[in-house]
Design a protein around this ligand. Structure first.
Ligand SMILES: [Zn+2]
Length: 285
């Protein structure tokens, strides 16, 4: 290499590392990933003492229609958990994706299901482990309907077993009830865009993983009305006639997703801040 070209090369390298340093992305000088799994042993005690709670995201490996990725639920749960961890001074744990997929998605390609009793036992061990790591408060940030049963059971078991512990389970889509989303006027899909692999879910996914969502890859579907206005659980082993997604895939957009993510982060954040501020308040009883 000629001297002048070597000097130019060095100057470019210096400019690049300065830019990386300013952006905080230098592998040498950049900021460390604040999540639990990226802490080195030497500062671990201080890190755990500094955090107010642990945050465990729960996802799935499940077909999400022609426009959504298989890891949709994990991407969303981890995305929310990461944002909330920085707002709430929480320690983000790795997302759990190997979970139970219910019968209605089992028949579709790419779904991977672990038996619900195994997930319940696994989750109980994970929660116990987080407590043994030094956290007495855990926010379980759920992205998948099939996790609700196992998560509630495991939380009930471990809070009873481990004195001084408190755990909150939030399923992100439940922070965005249909009437509130309808009021925003983001979707014309019906149900406020809610539904498996539908425009609400995939617009939120597009915020956290824009390149993993492709809008409009299947025909827009009519709204799936429910059978009643109160909560109920109806599961079917045979999904004949259902293409594995819901609503109008043409209405998926990251811009719409941003509005929903901001609203959900605000609502979950408010709940957790209130919980941390006054832990003497009753729980779900
Ligand atoms: Zn999903």
């Amino acid at each position: 290499m000629y001297e002048s070209s070597r000097l130019r090369h060095e100057a470019i390298n210096l400019a690049l590392s300065t830019a990386l340093l300013l952006l905080g992305t230098s592998p040498v000088y950049g900021q460390q990933d604040p999540s639990f799994g990226h802490q080195v042993g030497v500062g671990l005690d201080a890190y755990i003492k500094d955090k107010r709670l642990a945050i465990l995201p729960l996802g799935s490996i499940e077909y999400h229609g022609p426009s959504g990725p298989t890891l949709t639920d994990s991407i969303i749960a981890e995305g929310f958990a990461r944002r909330l961890a920085s707002e709430l001074k929480g320690s983000l744990y790795p997302v759990l994706s190997y979970t139970h997929a219910p019968a209605h998605s089992a028949a579709y390609p790419s779904t991977l299901s672990v038996r619900p009793e195994v997930v319940t036992m696994l989750l109980a061990d994970v929660l116990r482990g987080i407590v043994e790591n030094g956290f007495s408060k855990i926010l379980v940030l759920n992205g998948h309907d099939g996790n609700i049963g196992p998560a509630r059971t495991a939380i009930s078991q471990i809070t009873r077993e481990q004195p001084g512990t408190q755990m909150v389970l939030v399923s992100w889509w439940e922070t965005l009830p249909t009437p509130d989303v309808e009021e925003l006027g983001l979707f014309t899909s019906g149900n406020g865009g809610h539904g498996h692999g539908g425009p609400l879910e995939l617009s939120v996914t597009a915020v956290f993983a824009p390149k993993s969502v492709k809008a409009g890859q299947g025909p827009d579907l009519p709204s799936l009305g429910g059978h009643a206005d109160f909560p109920y659980y109806l599961e079917k082993s045979d999904t004949t006639g259902w293409p594995g997604y819901s609503g109008k895939l043409s209405e998926i957009s990251a811009e719409r997703g941003e509005v929903l993510v901001d609203m959900a982060v605000q609502r979950i954040g408010d709940l957790v801040r209130a919980w941390l501020a006054d832990e003497s308040k009753p729980g779900s009883w």
